[in-house]
Design a binder for this molecule. Structure first.
Ligand SMILES: Cc1cc2nc3c(=O)[nH]c(=O)nc-3n(C[C@H](O)[C@H](O)[C@H](O)COP(=O)(O)OP(=O)(O)OC[C@H]3O[C@@H](n4cnc5c(N)ncnc54)[C@H](O)[C@@H]3O)c2cc1C
Length: 597
């Protein structure tokens, strides 16, 4: 608790120092102007030399993450390992399974789709090109993700970028960016202060001072202040402090869209403060790394190998259709497609919140824990890939587009080794907020995006195709992605321990300190595995503990109506609740053996 308070105060002081610098600065920022393919200026461009990985081995949050993993690896081995079904094979599910094998248990991951990864899933088309569910970047302030990479021996797959944050300046005659350049020689928070000091072309003096003053309470009150902002949107917070709309337009629209795929009029201010807290308190916290290829191949595959090599089981193409419960509300087993029934000692949810809500058994819906979950819902977002016939004047980093249609984007032919090309560009772009575009055709979305790209690449792209030509376009719609970070949602996030003694909850939406992100998903898996492993050891010596009864396992019936259902790669699986077959219902009603762990 003390540590949390200290770190939050430190982070808030970082924000305040940064904004103070920001408020007081009057130095003109360097604004790179890149007409056509260029390598000049402070922005790293065009397949430049490999940037060295930052050193994290002495950073407190990274040491804490490593010690959490080692805690599980050093736990006494269970007398009898638990068989644990993990529902969902995204990063949370795979992290759960990895940490369960570390603790000596036997996870069985059930993933609905034929490929692993969930929101980081990616697949190849017939040309061998990769389509990703989302443009993903890692940050230095992702200690659990980076520890996982190191444990898998794949840290070299992270391609670190220069420590900069780049905001596009759309609508100029030539391509321009506002650049926040974090100098390597300064520690946090001075590096952020310096970056902000140097970049002064986004806000006026008076706007900076008003914003700086607005953030003083965050500095003075620390954690209690961050928590108190749970009930207000970013816009409400700005308005209440008389901060002009232009501040929101210049900075907080881009930040809100990047953090939660929604605008500042709906995003919770607490989310912004939590993110600033995480990113600014460590010297390399806001530094960005791209994975060097498809996340399914380059991250999920080694995770799968690690789990399987230690006795874990991973099944794909097996959606959970129903969580079957005993009279005492414990889980008795799961119904899968084809009326297959599986059972285990324990069950961990790692499905997205919308799937869990659909599959929540009726008797659980009265419980406060599950009622609160009902408030969470996934937000729509789209991910676009546009392959061009030529090299654009692109930059080897993530760019905040500051466009009404788009959120962040990157030229993956520069940023990612696996997609590198010397002669052509592939832009990967996140479209958010995406609600009103979900029903539009691919062609309409491409046209709208090219119109925006005209403003971002004024000398290279025209929507009528008269300049750079689109050679290929793919689009992934995710109608329910990460939970919508509206005010009040923090209190709805479930803990990994649930009121049901053989049911646990992982997933980016479950309660952990990293919001809905890859880091949050990975940490949630570690926390769920740890909760289960600790409880298992406690229960081992407890002769009064009665394990939940288990249903008899049944093989899939190949003639069942849904036995051969497949989820196409390009869509997220949409969970459906199936009726319970009569023979399973009968077994549930009659009761079965109750055993001890
Ligand atoms: C466009 C986009 C961009 C993003 N960019 C970033 C970024 O740059 N950095 C970052 O940190 N995060 C980013 N994220 C967020 C990040 O991808 C997620 O927070 C994280 O991957 C969630 O992992 P998860 O395992 O909790 O959930 P998921 O990835 O959703 O995994 C859940 C799994 O459960 C499966 N499932 C669903 N129903 C069933 C069922 N009935 N039975 C069995 N399985 C089921 C799903 O198929 C899925 O594989 C982005 C997300 C999107 C969509």
């Amino acid at each position: 608790m003390m540590m949390t308070m200290m770190s939050t105060n430190l982070a808030c002081s970082s924000i305040a120092v940064a904004l103070l610098f920001y408020s007081l600065s009057g130095v003109s920022a360097f604004v790179p102007n890149l007409p056509g393919p260029s390598t000049r200026g402070h922005v790293q461009t065009h397949l430049q030399a490999v940037v060295q990985s930052p050193e994290f081995s002495s950073v407190a949050s990274h040491l804490e993450a490593l010690s959490a993993v080692e805690y599980l690896q050093k736990l006494p081995r269970p007398d009898k390992p638990s068989t644990v079904i993990v529902m969902g094979g995204g990063l949370a599910g795979l992290s759960t399974a990895k940490h369960l094998v570390d603790a000596g248990h036997i996870p069985v991951v059930l993933e609905a789709r034929d490929l692993l990864g969930g929101k980081v899933a990616a697949w190849r088309d017939t040309d061998g090109d990769v389509t990703e569910t989302g443009l993903h970047v890692f940050f230095g302030a992702y200690p659990n993700a980076l520890t996982l990479f190191s444990q898998l021996g794949i840290s070299d797959r992270l391609q670190w970028k220069p420590h900069q944050m780049l905001f596009a300046k759309p609508g100029r005659p030539t391509r321009e960016f506002a650049v926040f350049d974090f100098p390597a020689i300064l520690p946090a928070p001075l590096n952020a202060g310096f970056a902000i000091l140097k970049c002064t072309d986004m806000l006026t003096w008076s706007e900076k001072i008003q914003l700086g003053i607005g953030l003083i309470p965050a500095y003075l009150q620390g954690q209690s202040y961050v928590e108190a902002q749970e009930g207000v949107t970013v816009k409400e917070w700005m308005d209440a402090r008389g901060i002009p709309q232009s501040v929101t337009d210049e900075i907080f629209i881009a930040m809100s869209k990047a953090l939660g795929f929604i605008g500042p009029e709906t995003l919770s201010m607490q989310c912004v403060l939590i993110a600033l807290n995480r990113f600014l308190q460590e010297t390399n916290g806001s530094r960005i790394a791209f994975l060097d290829g498809s996340p399914t191949e380059r991250l999920c595959e080694p995770l799968k190998e690690y789990i399987q090599a230690r006795g874990g089981i991973i099944r794909t193409g097996v959606p959970v259709k129903r969580i079957l419960v005993n009279d005492d509300n414990t889980v008795a087993g799961l119904l899968l497609k084809g009326n297959e029934v599986v059972s285990a000692d324990a069950y961990i949810n790692a499905m997205p919140v919308d799937a869990l809500k659909k599959l929540t058994p009726d008797p659980w819906r009265e419980m406060d824990y599950f009622q609160r979950i009902q408030k969470l819902r996934g937000v729509p977002v789209m991910n676009l890939h546009i392959w061009f016939d030529r090299k654009l004047s692109t930059v080897d980093n993530l760019i905040f587009s500051r466009s009404p249609l788009l959120s962040v984007y990157a030229d993956m032919s520069e940023a990612c080794n696996g997609y590198a090309s010397k002669d052509t560009s592939m832009l990967e772009l996140v479209l958010a907020p995406a609600g009103k575009y979900m029903s539009k055709s691919d062609d309409e979305i491409l046209q709208a995006t090219l119109k925006e790209l005209e403003r971002l690449f004024p000398q290279e792209i025209r929507a009528d195709g008269s300049m750079a030509k689109v050679s290929k376009f793919t689009l992934v719609r995710t109608p329910t992605s990460v939970y919508e970070t509206l005010p009040g949602m923090e209190a709805a996030r479930p803990t990994q321990k649930s009121p049901i003694h053989n049911f646990y909850c992982a997933g980016d939406f479950s309660l952990q300190k990293y919001l809905a992100s890859m880091e949050g998903a990975i940490l949630s898996g570690l926390l769920a595995a740890r909760t289960l492993a600790d409880e298992h050891l406690e229960r081992q010596g407890d002769t009064t503990y009665a394990a939940a009864r288990k249903l008899t396992e049944r093989l899939a019936d190949p003639l069942a109506a849904d036995a051969n259902d497949k989820t196409p790669d390009r869509t997220m699986y949409v969970s459906k609740r199936s009726p319970v077959p009569p023979e399973v219902q009968e077994e549930l009603s009659n009761g079965a053996l109750v055993g001890l762990v």
